[in-house]
Design a protein around this ligand. Structure first.
Ligand code: GAP
Length: 428
């Protein structure tokens, strides 16, 4: 993790938030390269979960919602972690991170009894800072899809089985944020609520298994090493009270196996809660069969930041003479880097610059003319750029360039008239 954290900062993936003031625990910024990677992570999820399907629509709901939402959903009462405080060193820990009765920091046996700590951030809406204006920053995006369920299915003219997806910020006042962006206090969720007819339990379970498999395949298709992934299916008392089935996809992080993504069969719990609390009818009315029902929900939910961390860790490889990020081309921040072999030959620099400019509308590119070519390859390998194009003396006469492959380091010469087609093929 130390190496990944150092690389993330050195190459502009991830910075501590407001670092010049000493940072703030659990908050992170994405640098120029990290921003590209994050956009690609979101896009890879959206493409698979929404764009390539005809049974899922998108939504963007507000971060601050009517606080009644969080009372109905159970978050005000139950979205808590048990914590303990050390009376000697005043540090605070999650109760499940403490072994025995000894403080993990100072070793004294002066821990308080575990107390429930609500993870939602509070704020006030409007000029008055009293209880009537109190609201919460959402700890998940899911509730937006539940409270807008009726508006969404009516306007999109969808009937179950169908899903509503959303990508957006979420906030949790985690007691112990850590491991870079693995657990932070501000992060981004990618969630999809898939609504299925609730009278057919078998169909609900079929969809649940379908989504577990779909989500598992997504990771594999984006190049994550299969031996570092596993499914963990919850049973009995370990299930949340509203869930009849839940599977976590887990990853073998440098600090051990941990949760990456959750797929939960939530039944009719959420819609029922909102119907009861709001007094509004959120049931689905099927015009064809005249059936009216509250659908059940299967939910794949994933943190975009945690996904990004896994792609970084999984792609990271230290070789004898270089560090390389073997990112899937779809995720790579830049697809192609273009270099002039030398900086002091204007014809070469101009040709390289014009090639890069011509490629820009087709793929994310970058131009680099600093240092020598070896150093430039090294830099591009570290940020996972799959292909580097070098313009040299021969290019001026023969109208061709060298294309170098990140993974094999092999180089081939490609004619300028073939270049775009060749790059597209290699990146597909
Ligand atoms: N609506 C369901 C839900 O929010 P969750 O298991 O609490 O489920 C889903 O969160 C996913 O969000 C997790 O699997 C993880 O990828 C990510 N996640 C949760 N808490 C996080 C945190 N503090 N920092 C970064 N990612 C987090």
């Amino acid at each position: 993790m130390e190496e990944i954290t150092a690389l993330a900062k050195r190459r502009g993936f991830i910075f501590p938030s407001s670092e010049i003031y000493g940072g703030i625990n659990g908050m992170w910024d994405y640098g120029p390269v990290g921003t590209e990677l994050k956009r690609n992570v979101r896009e890879a999820w959206w493409r698979e979960m929404v764009a390539l399907r005809d049974d899922v629509v998108g939504l963007e709901t507000s971060i601050i919602m009517n606080p009644e939402v969080w009372r109905a959903s159970g978050h005000v009462e139950n979205f808590t972690d048990l914590m303990v405080d050390c009376k000697t060193c005043k540090k605070r820990f999650r109760a499940d991170h403490v072994k025995g009765d000894q403080c993990p920091a100072c070793g004294n046996k002066t821990l308080t009894e575990p107390r429930a700590f609500n993870l939602m951030f509070k704020t006030n809406v409007g000029a008055m800072a009293d209880q009537s204006s109190e609201a919460y920053l959402r700890p998940e995006t899911a509730q937006g899809m539940f409270v807008d369920f009726k508006l969404a299915y009516q306007t999109a003219r969808k009937r179950p089985p169908f899903g509503i997806a959303q990508i957006g910020k979420a906030f949790r006042n985690e007691i112990t944020p850590g491991n870079l962006i693995f657990r932070s206090r501000e992060f981004e969720l990618m969630e999809m609520e898939f609504f299925v007819p609730s009278d057919d339990e078998a169909e609900g379970l079929r969809w649940y298994r379908y989504w577990v498999d779909q989500r598992f395949s997504w990771w594999l298709n984006l190049g994550v090493q299969p031996e570092r992934l596993r499914k963990h299916e919850y049973e009995g008392a370990d299930l949340a009270h509203y869930s009849s089935a839940t599977t976590d996809i887990e990853y073998d992080y440098p600090f051990g196996w941990g949760e990456l993504e959750g797929i939960a069969h939530r039944g009719c719990f959420d819609l029922t809660q909102h119907v009861n609390a709001s007094g509004k009818d959120l049931s689905y009315f099927d015009e064809e069969t005249k059936a009216k029902y509250l659908p059940a929900v299967v939910e794949p939910a994933l943190g975009a930041d945690r996904a990004l961390l896994v792609f970084l860790i999984d792609a990271y490889e230290k070789e004898e003479d270089r560090t390389v990020l073997r990112l899937h081309p779809r995720l790579a921040p830049y697809k192609v880097a273009v270099f002039p072999l030398v900086r002091n030959k204007p014809d070469i620099v101009e040709l390289a610059a014009s090639i890069e400019k011509d490629l820009r509308p087709h793929m994310r590119t970058t131009f680099d003319d600093s240092g020598n070519v070896g150093k430039r390859y090294y830099r591009q390998d570290e940020i996972g750029t799959p292909l580097c194009v070098t313009v040299d003396y021969e290019s001026l006469e023969k109208h061709d360039v060298t294309v170098r492959d990140r993974d094999t380091k092999q180089q081939v010469r490609v004619g300028l008239d073939q270049l775009l087609g060749y790059l597209n093929e290699r990146l597909a």
